[in-house]
Design a protein around this ligand. Structure first.
Ligand SMILES: [Zn+2]
Ligand SMILES: [Zn+2]
Length: 336
């Protein structure tokens, strides 16, 4: 009898373990991402913005609960991309762009217009930033006095406290928008406050200035590489459809537009892929510390480049002075 009871217990334990594992596997299984439309042609700006009237903000519905907003290149050469994700409990706005004045850039009005609900029953909105560079947060004041809007300040202390990062940058936080979860991944390297956002509804990684078709400006190469490795690791278990960054700075052939240009004819596509993320990690590993052109992005360390320029300028100056002194001495000798 003891043997039978023991056997039954073992079976129950085994069954429990199996059920436990099945439950774990079930919670880890990712549902198929909701597909979206990429059928959009972004405004290319203009060679002479004064002579060309442009809408300040272009809105593209990727799918009914995900919007891509692009600030006009004539309003700011940065041409920032902002993202609005709508859940059943709240909405999330990633970045507020490069223009503060609501008359010039009616961002808050446009975003509120996209939210479900009437004026006083609008869905609560959470405003976050990929990082604290000005072109990603200058629109914040437009949201400051609005009811049901919360802005997460872009400084590191506020970010860590709000998202509850226990081990920055080696932990991942989660935002529950209601039927839609967004993973918040620390990605310092371009800037110490940088975050990337993975959306489980669409399978999109919103990558800010960490990865985009343009210049990836490096502040800390080791931290940048650590971030690339971290993102690859987080995405190992998640379906990835697209990587959408904060700007487009390359044309379709992969050439960078002039810095500060308000005109981007034949832009590179906004979407990057997992291959680009893997390429970024490899590129950072072999980076020469100054500049490297890759198929869909450029690595650049402006501080190193400036230092190299300054050292070259000083070396040229020393050579010139040395040459001049030699010339003067020779002349003195011949005339003396
Ligand atoms: Zn930046
Ligand atoms: Zn930027």
């Amino acid at each position: 009898m003891k043997k039978i009871v023991g056997l039954a217990c073992l079976c129950l334990i085994a069954l429990g373990l199996f059920c436990g594992n099945a439950r774990t596997i079930a919670t880890q299984a990712w549902s198929q991402p909701v597909p979206g439309s990429r059928d959009v042609r972004w405004n290319e700006g203009a060679p002479d913005c004064a002579a060309s009237r442009q809408d300040p903000l272009q809105v593209h519905a990727y799918e009914p609960q995900t919007f891509i907003l692009r600030q006009s290149l004539c309003a700011s050469f940065e041409g920032n991309f902002l993202y609005l994700l709508i859940g059943s409990d709240k909405a999330l706005l990633i970045d507020t762009g490069d223009v503060a004045d609501p008359k010039q850039m009616p961002l808050a009005k446009t975003v509120l217009g996209l939210l479900p609900g009437e004026e006083h029953t609008k869905l609560p909105l959470l405003v976050v930033h990929t990082h604290s560079h000005r072109d990603h947060r200058l629109g914040d004041p437009q949201f400051e006095s609005l009811p049901s809007v919360q802005i997460v300040p872009a400084d590191l202390e506020s970010i860590r406290a709000f998202f509850g990062f226990t081990k920055w940058p080696n932990s991942v936080a989660h935002l529950d928008l209601g039927g839609r979860t967004v993973d918040v991944i620390p990605t310092p390297g371009h800037h110490p406050t940088h975050l990337a956002f993975y959306d489980d509804r669409t399978g999109i990684l919103f990558s800010g200035d960490f990865l985009l078709p343009g210049r990836l400006v490096i502040d800390d190469a080791a931290a940048y590489h650590g971030s690339a490795v971290r993102v690859i690791d987080v995405l190992k278990t998640r379906p990835l459809t697209h990587i959408l960054g904060g700007h487009i700075e390359l044309d379709a052939a992969g050439h960078a537009y002039r810095m500060g240009s308000h005109y981007h004819p034949t832009e590179h596509s906004l979407e990057l892929s997992k291959e680009d993320l893997l390429a970024l990690s490899a590129a950072l590993e072999g980076f020469n510390g100054f500049y490297a052109q890759h198929a869909n992005f450029i690595l650049s360390d402006p501080i190193h480049n400036l230092l190299a320029l300054a050292i070259t300028a000083v070396a040229v100056l020393i050579l010139l002075v040395w040459g001049l002194r030699r010339l003067l001495r020779r002349r003195r000798r011949t005339t003396g």
